[in-house]
Design a protein around this ligand. Structure first.
Ligand code: TRP
Length: 363
């Protein structure tokens, strides 16, 4: 149990991070980091979890480990303030997962709605790897090993948090008050929850090929914005246009502010005025797209710069992950020792146990 504020989040290293990740969580992590209202903040690269559905393609995970670390560092995650670590390097996580598995039933695991839909998505219905079904238990360990109680995640992770709370409760009632129940912190802004893809699909994702990556260069960004889905009925400039469901405007909703207008589009005071003109007719997509490119460039250029700096010093990045993992292991070891003590299986450092045995057998 802890009364400290401990933040923990994680990502599966299955690909580079995109604007959806940035808006939905990375940006918020940087804000939390800078606000400093916490005792510890951890970010975990969940490579072991990624292996539960990529076990036959470990190369993909291996390739993306450093990519994801670069994404973190380039958006401004500061390794002096945040412990970045690699899940597979923390043996204590595996240890804790094994004990937690006693506290959940198969039917409870099968009821997890996120896992249920992922099983369908991956075609695991007829041949379900046990490791995949139990990954929520391992995720509970990710959180509980570090006494983390503030977990900034997307809504799809709420069932994982529920399961972690149940496991904490169950452990505490059997073995004593060891774990703190974690809470999800969901993104506040509705638009920020889910950035649509550039094709208008509600979800930006690698598999749909509709993502803008943090690592995209200027030329790629420009090409992607120019190809963005707008209003298919807005054919001639003079036609009235729709801003709802128009990806260019959705992005402007998230990223633009009045100072962007002053700088790049002074004939409009703010986004409302731009929208009004678009709705009325007489404003072409290209002009709006060009504005969006400038707005996004302002956000992405410093990220690219930082990325380039770290790429030129990749040994530094590896060192950050190694040091972070060493630190996490130390914390984790202490917790597992505490857990084993609570469970009565820390035999060789348990004086009471040794004495009991002596009394029992050495009369
Ligand atoms: N399941 C999370 C995702 O897919 C990643 C994750 C693993 C995680 N362990 C975690 C998130 C612990 C928060 C806390 O995004």
């Amino acid at each position: 149990m802890t009364d400290k504020k401990i933040i923990l989040t994680g990502d599966r290293p299955t690909g580079r991070l995109h604007l959806g990740h940035y808006v939905g969580s990375l940006k918020n992590r940087v804000l939390m980091q800078e606000a400093g209202d916490y005792d510890q903040m951890y970010i975990m690269i969940a490579d072991s979890q990624a292996l539960t559905d990529n076990f036959d393609n470990p190369g993909k995970i291996r390739e993306n480990l450093i990519e994801v670390a670069l994404d973190y560092l380039s958006v401004g995650i500061d390794p002096n303030k945040v412990t970045i670590f690699v899940q597979s390097q923390i043996e204590e996580l595996t240890e804790l997962t094994f004990y937690f598995l006693n506290l959940v039933t198969l039917s409870r695991l099968e009821r997890n709605p996120t896992v249920k839909s992922e099983i369908k998505l991956r075609g695991f219905e007829t041949s379900l790897p046990a490791g995949f079904l139990i990954y929520p238990v391992s995720q509970a360990a990710d959180i509980l090993l570090f006494d983390a109680n503030i977990i900034p995640v997307g809504v799809d992770q709420e069932p994982m948090l529920e399961q972690a709370r149940e496991i904490a409760r169950s452990f505490n009632s059997i073995y004593g008050e060891i774990f703190t129940e974690p809470k999800a912190v969901l993104p506040e802004n509705e638009t920020a929850r889910r950035m649509p893809g550039i094709d208008g699909n509600a979800k930006m994702s690698k598999s749909l090929g509709n993502a803008i990556y943090l690592a995209d260069d200027k030329k790629t960004l420009k090409k992607k914005v120019m190809s963005m889905f707008t209003d298919p009925d807005h054919i001639n400039i003079d036609d009235p246009g729709k801003v709802e469901g128009n990806v260019v405007f959705t992005y402007l909703d998230v990223f633009s502010n009045e100072s962007h207008f002053q700088k790049y589009l002074p004939e409009y005071k703010n986004l409302e005025e731009l929208k009004a003109h678009y709705r009325k007719g007489g404003l072409g997509d290209v002009k709006v797209k060009k504005f969006l490119i400038k707005v996004l460039e302002e956000e992405l250029e410093p990220i690219r710069q930082r990325r380039a700096d770290y790429e030129a010093n990749i040994d530094k990045v590896v060192d950050i992950l190694q040091k972070g993992s060493e630190k996490a292991r130390k914390v984790g070891r202490q917790k597992v020792n505490q857990v084993k003590k609570a469970m009565g299986i820390d035999y060789f450092s348990d004086d009471k146990f040794l004495k009991e045995m002596e009394n029992k057998y050495n009369k």
